[in-house]
Design a protein around this ligand. Structure first.
Ligand code: GRF
Length: 212
């Protein structure tokens, strides 16, 4: 059984993209640390199992992460996909799932790790922006890269127009990265990801066109 756990904290649009990607819904569990996450309702509409684990009920990060790991392990997932999970994970958690913990980040890593990527991109006058699906390591937003998509930053872009265009690409690349992993097409060695039998234009996507 190739089960998938998706961790969310909020809106859940990347989770939704994963739920629509054709993985068997009965093998997907969505866990939120935020009881008010709108993504929880979406997950239920799709028929995925949902679990709420409110981090505020735990005294510290280690205790929460331990409880989270226990829940995850009951699902025996092949992969754990972070999809807007707004918690820094402890080193022991990251190590426990090394090589099967993935994240989607709204920048072309290693540029612009952390929060507020679109605002910082505009502030720096960067001309090409995008998103990255990567494995998680203990260094925040810095693990081995699976797939990236790039878009131009347009002269009249605002934080929200840029966020919306990048998000469209997140919804393309994240399901692709997860699919490759579930199909055993990802080889990870020395911090480098090789996708077996993939063309370079499947791994590095560039969309120079203006938005429709
Ligand atoms: C996305 O931009 C994702 O890249 C980042 O957090 C945001 C989550 O959005 N990690 P959503 O909850 O998937 O809609």
């Amino acid at each position: 059984m190739k089960s998938l756990v998706i961790l969310i904290s909020g809106r859940g649009s990347n989770m939704q993209a994963l739920l629509e990607a054709g993985f068997p819904i009965e093998h997907i569990t969505v866990i939120s640390n935020n009881p008010g996450a709108t993504g929880l309702e979406i997950a239920q509409q799709y028929g995925a199992k949902t679990i709420v684990l409110d981090h505020r009920l735990y005294p510290d990060r280690q205790t929460f992460d331990k409880a989270l790991a226990e829940r995850i392990d009951t699902c025996q997932p092949k992969l754990i996909a972070l999809a807007g999970f707004m918690r820094i994970l402890s080193d022991s958690f990251v190590q426990r799932y090394q090589g099967r913990l993935m994240n989607i980040h709204p920048s072309l890593l290693p540029a612009f790790p952390g929060l507020g990527t679109h605002a910082r991109v505009l502030q720096e006058g960067v001309k090409i922006h995008g998103c990255t699906a990567h494995f998680v390591t203990s260094q925040l937003d810095h693990g081995p890269i699976v797939i990236q998509a790039a878009i131009p930053v347009l002269p009249n872009d605002t934080e929200s127009t840029l966020a919306a265009r990048v998000l469209q690409h997140e919804h393309r690349i994240y399901p692709q990265a997860v699919q490759w992993f579930m199909d055993d097409r990802i080889r990870l060695s020395n911090n480098y990801v090789e996708v077996l039998d993939a063309r370079v234009d499947e791994i590095a996507l560039y969309s120079p066109g203006l938005p429709e």
